[in-house]
Design a protein around this ligand. Structure first.
Ligand code: IPE
Ligand code: IPE
Ligand code: MG
Length: 244
C-alpha cells in the first residue's frame, strides 16, 4: 500500500477531469420526512464541501450534473425551487468560489431560463474566467443528445464539409470544447444509468456508482471513489505491451 493510501490522505493518481451525477436528493429528504426541496438544499451544501475537496485533491476539472433537459418534466414547484436554488448559489457562493480560484462554466442551454438568472450566469462566467485552480462546469438545462444535436446544427450552418467531420471537430462543437474528456464519472444514490449525461465525452470514462445519496456523499466518500479509480487499469481498447 502506498504511503498516501496508508495515511488516509490522497490517492496516488487522481483524475484530471471528474464528473458527478449528483443523484438522490429527493430520497434523502423523503427518508427524513422532509420535502424534496430540502434534499436539494442539502445537496447544494454538500456541493460546496465537494468543490473544496476537489481543490485539495488536485482535481483540475469538475463537471456536475445539476439539471437535465428532462428535469423540466418534474412538477412545476420543484422546477421553480431548483431554479431559485441555482440563483441563490450564485448570489451567495460566487465570491468564495472566485477567491478559491474556481473558474465557472455552464454546459447546456441558457434559453428557457429567466433573463435575470441568465444575466447572473453570464456575470459569474465573466468574473471567474481567468481563474485556473479548478474549472467547474455546471451542467444545467443540459442533455447529452441535445448537445450533439446542437453541434450538428451548428456544423451544418457553418457549412462544414463531410470529410472534415472528425472526432476533434465534433468535440470542438460541444459545450466542453477545449477540455479533456472526463476520466471518472461518479453517480450517487445507487442508480446505474447515464441519464443523458456527457454522451459523447464519456466514451472511455471510468464509472463509479455508490448507493450513498448525494447530500451524504462527503469528502471521505470522494476519497474512496478516487482510490478505486487509481487502481483501475484503463485500456482504451488496446492491449498493454507484453512485460514478460
Ligand atoms: C438529483 O436528485 C438532483 C436533480 C435531478 C435535480 P433527485 O431529485 O433526482 O433525487 P431522487 O433521485 O428523486 O432521489
Ligand atoms: C440525473 O438524475 C440528472 C441530474 C442529476 C441532474 P435524474 O434523477 O433526473 O435521472 P433519472 O430520472 O433517475 O434517470
Ligand atoms: Mg434522481
Amino acid at each position: 500500500m502506498s504511503k498516501h493510501q496508508a495515511n488516509g490522505d490522497l490517492p496516488d493518481r487522481v483524475p484530471v477531469h471528474l464528473a458527478i451525477i449528483m443523484d438522490g436528493n429527493g430520497r434523502w429528504a423523503r427518508e427524513r420526512g422532509l420535502p424534496r426541496l430540502a434534499g436539494h438544499r442539502a445537496g447544494t451544501e454538500n456541493l460546496r464541501r465537494i468543490i473544496r475537496a476537489c481543490v485539495e485533491f488536485g482535481i483540475k476539472i469538475l463537471t456536475i450534473y445539476a439539471f437535465s433537459t428532462e428535469n423540466w418534466g418534474r412538477p412545476e414547484s420543484e422546477v421553480r425551487g431548483l431554479l431559485s436554488i441555482l440563483e441563490q448559489v450564485i448570489d451567495r457562493e460566487l465570491d468564495e468560489l472566485h477567491q478559491q480560484g474556481v473558474q465557472l462554466r455552464h454546459l447546456g442551454r441558457l434559453e428557457g431560463i429567466s433573463p435575470e438568472l441568465q444575466r447572473k450566469v453570464r456575470q459569474a462566467i465573466e468574473l471567474t474566467k481567468n481563474n485556473d485552480r479548478l474549472i467547474l462546469n455546471v451542467a444545467f438545462n443540459y442533455g447529452g443528445r441535445d448537445e450533439i444535436l446542437q453541434a450538428v446544427r451548428r456544423m451544418l450552418a457553418d457549412k462544414v464539409r463531410p470529410e472534415d467531420v472528425t472526432d476533434e471537430l465534433m468535440s470542438s462543437y460541444l459545450y466542453t470544447a477545449g477540455l479533456p474528456d472526463p476520466d471518472l464519472i461518479i453517480r450517487t444514490s445507487g442508480e446505474l444509468r447515464v441519464s443523458n449525461f456527457l454522451i459523447w465525452q464519456a466514451a472511455y470514462a471510468e464509472f463509479y456508482a455508490t448507493p450513498v445519496y448525494w447530500p451524504d456523499f462527503d469528502k471521505e466518500e470522494l476519497r474512496k471513489a478516487l482510490i478505486h479509480y487509481s487502481r483501475r487499469e484503463r485500456r482504451f481498447g488496446v492491449l498493454k505491451p507484453e512485460t514478460t
